[in-house]
Design a binder for this molecule. Structure first.
Ligand code: SAM
Length: 358
């Protein structure tokens, strides 16, 4: 049940979500804000801005991603923020939090008391859309995926969306909310979940439908499962057309503090749930690479793309030093570096060819 009070006690899974949001925006801001003069950050379901225990809510975390940067003056962009909250009492609190902010020069924050579904189309301006990061974090699933997709279709625009899969799975046979679910999941593929006895099967069908719909617009769609106090199946889904965005989101996930009482795993690839924690089992990556390339030669670029797109691992962190280097050192990986490149174990410049020995 969603909380009734205007402010509520922050649950552990929210703290974990906030870690991801902060880690991602800490990486996003200098990349995007360093290249474009205008950037937009939208929190579609902003909440009151602060929790009952005083912790910052997502709008303030998004604001800090720029305001607390020591190098912010060096960035080209002065971000524009839009925070939307529907409930009047929460909106008043949010507006008061924003009022109390010390705005760095050139930064604009707009708060809207309204319905995200109605407001989002007004924030989409087609070709003139500045690079935009959208956070969609409702208690339920009242959003319309088609509009979120319309935003993600614009260059350098991306979304992080909460998908309460088990919550939706409970209602798939209720005709009264068929239309609401279809809007949230971006089509009717989820009908496949109907009539399934098995709850896990329903959840998988819902999850697949949501991802397939997003993939019509976004080249890279990644789903992370939030596991909290025995509850599983809740997802944070990230959609982007930027390869670097995907790299940075995967890096952010691997940074999540497991002490938040909640863990994430990659659930994009069914059957290969990999928990994001310090004790990552890199044998999984080695096995995946061996299964993919067998005894055929492959380039370092192919290895990077495979790691990024087809596994839970992130090439910048896990591929070279943690996986390829020990394999090369133990003689299990033949390495041909391009002519003129330094022959140093662990260094794999572009053009390097690799091959497993057996
Ligand atoms: C899960 S909370 C948001 C928490 C916040 N994102 C954070 O991490 O601190 C969802 C919020 O969305 C608000 N809300 C519900 N329906 C909404 C709608 N249609 N449009 C905008 N906000 C809505 C709720 O009142 C609630 O404050």
């Amino acid at each position: 049940m969603p909380p009734r009070d205007a402010r509520w006690v922050m649950p552990d899974h929210t703290a974990a979500k906030h870690h991801v949001l902060k880690a991602y925006l800490d990486a996003w801001m200098p990349i995007v804000g360093g290249s474009w003069s205008e950037v937009l950050l939208v929190d579609g379901y902003a909440g009151p801005g602060r929790y009952a225990g005083g912790q910052k809510g997502s709008p303030l975390i998004m604001f800090d991603a720029y305001a607390l940067r020591k190098d912010r003056e060096k960035l080209r962009a002065r971000p524009r923020y839009v925070f939307i909250e529907q409930r009047p009492d929460r909106y008043q609190m949010l507006a008061a939090e924003v009022e109390a902010l010390e705005l760095p020069e050139g930064v604009h924050v707009r708060t809207i008391q309204g319905d995200f579904v109605e407001e989002l189309p007004r924030l989409i301006s087609g070709r003139r859309q500045p690079p935009t990061f959208l956070f969609v974090d409702p208690f339920g699933y009242s959003y319309e995926l088609e509009d979120i997709r319309a935003l993600v279709a614009a260059p350098h625009c991306e979304a992080l969306i909460y998908l309460p899969t088990p919550f939706i799975a409970r209602f798939v046979d209720d005709p009264a909310i068929e239309e609401t679910i279809s809007k949230a999941l971006g089509g009717q593929q989820w009908f496949q979940a109907r009539g399934l006895e098995d709850l896990a099967g329903r959840e998988a069908a819902i999850h697949d439908a949501f991802l397939s719909s997003l993939r019509k617009t976004a080249a890279h769609v990644r789903s992370f499962e939030v596991q909290s106090h025995g509850a599983s199946g809740y997802h944070l889904v990230f959609a982007t057309n930027d390869r670097l965005g995907l790299v940075k989101m995967k890096e952010a996930m691997w940074k999540v503090d497991p002490a938040a009482g909640c863990r994430f795993s990659d659930s994009t690839i069914l059957g290969q749930p990999v928990l994001f924690d310090a004790a990552a089992d890199l044998r999984l990556l080695e096995t995946a690479l061996r299964d993919r390339f067998r005894l055929e030669p492959f380039s370092i670029t192919e290895a990077e793309d495979f790691t990024l797109f087809e596994t839970a691992f992130v090439p910048t962190k896990h591929l070279r030093t943690m996986t390829l280097k020990p394999l090369e050192a133990s003689g299990h990986l033949d390495v041909q570096r391009p002519a003129g490149a330094r022959r140093k174990i662990g260094e794999y410049p572009t053009g390097t060819l690799l091959r497993f020995d057996r």
